[in-house]
Design a protein around this ligand. Structure first.
Ligand code: ADE
Length: 247
């Protein structure tokens, strides 16, 4: 997969050189480039923003600068299909594990990180009409950040770990929170078996595989009911078995 990130703070994206994403880049599983939006400004002050039409506080990012930048980064390649232009915004659709799964199937992602009050709305409108390009404005949660950079880090990490070969053991993608079961993940334990008077739950050291599976399922259900009842409500009735209903 090819990913381009456009931002006025390229240094913000430095963590993408680390850990699994960094390794995926080094091994060629992920081709990722970060671009400084100011490279496409034409004035002495390298201006990227201006005051909002209609008045109000804050500044809005100019469509002309974004247009030149995105035309260059998208190139002719956009005609090849499978490019998703992502615009992080607190006003976007909520980014979930399902969104990450959908994006992991794209050939190419371009992330346009806005600052200030956001990017002139005509930018998203214009690129949505480009053949081969899908525009998605995405929010990583119901809070307001100073810009799209942190959201871009979140999106890139969530998507990159779903690409074949990025996570060493693909099984670790199976039993996760927000995975196929639609539940939060059960609590996990490792050595030592007793720590600060806290023992590991006995069933986990029993060697009884079916009991471990049942115990984990019960804890996942309990946790989900306590912390995210909305997820339980969204489960299809057939996703719960008779044993589940007791929890
Ligand atoms: N930019 C500012 N706040 C944001 C959020 N919650 N999600 C995505 N991008 C943002």
């Amino acid at each position: 997969m090819r990913i381009d990130v456009l931002t006025i703070f390229p240094d913000y994206l430095a963590p993408l050189e680390l850990s699994l994403v960094g390794k995926a880049r080094q091994s060629g599983l992920l081709d990722l480039a970060v671009h400084d939006l100011r490279a496409w400004t034409t004035d002495r002050h390298r201006t990227v923003d201006d005051t909002p039409f209609g008045g109000g506080a804050g500044m809005v990012m100019r469509p002309d600068v974004w247009g030149t930048a995105l035309d260059t980064v998208l190139g002719d390649d956009a005609d090849g299909d499978g490019t998703v232009l992502l615009v992080p915004s607190p006003a976007g659709e909520v980014f979930t594990q399902r969104t990450a799964e959908e994006l992991a199937g794209a050939r190419r992602l371009v992330l346009a990180c806005g600052r200030y009050e956001g990017i002139d709305a005509r930018v998203a409108e214009h690129y949505a009409t480009r053949p081969g390009v899908t525009v998605r404005e995405v929010s990583i949660g119901d809070y307001v950040l100073n810009g799209g950079e942190v959201a871009a880090l979140v999106v890139v990490e969530a998507v990159a770990r779903l690409l074949p070969g990025v996570v060493g053991n693909p099984e670790s993608l199976v039993e996760e929170s927000h995975g196929a079961a639609g539940l939060l993940e059960y609590p996990v334990y490792t050595k030592p078996p007793a720590w600060r008077d806290l023992p590991v739950p006995e069933v986990l050291t029993s060697g009884h595989h079916a009991k471990v599976t049942r115990w984990r399922r019960d804890r996942a259900l309990e946790r989900t009911a306590a912390r995210r009842p909305d997820l339980l409500e969204r489960l299809a009735p057939e996703a719960l078995d008779r044993e589940d209903r007791r929890v």
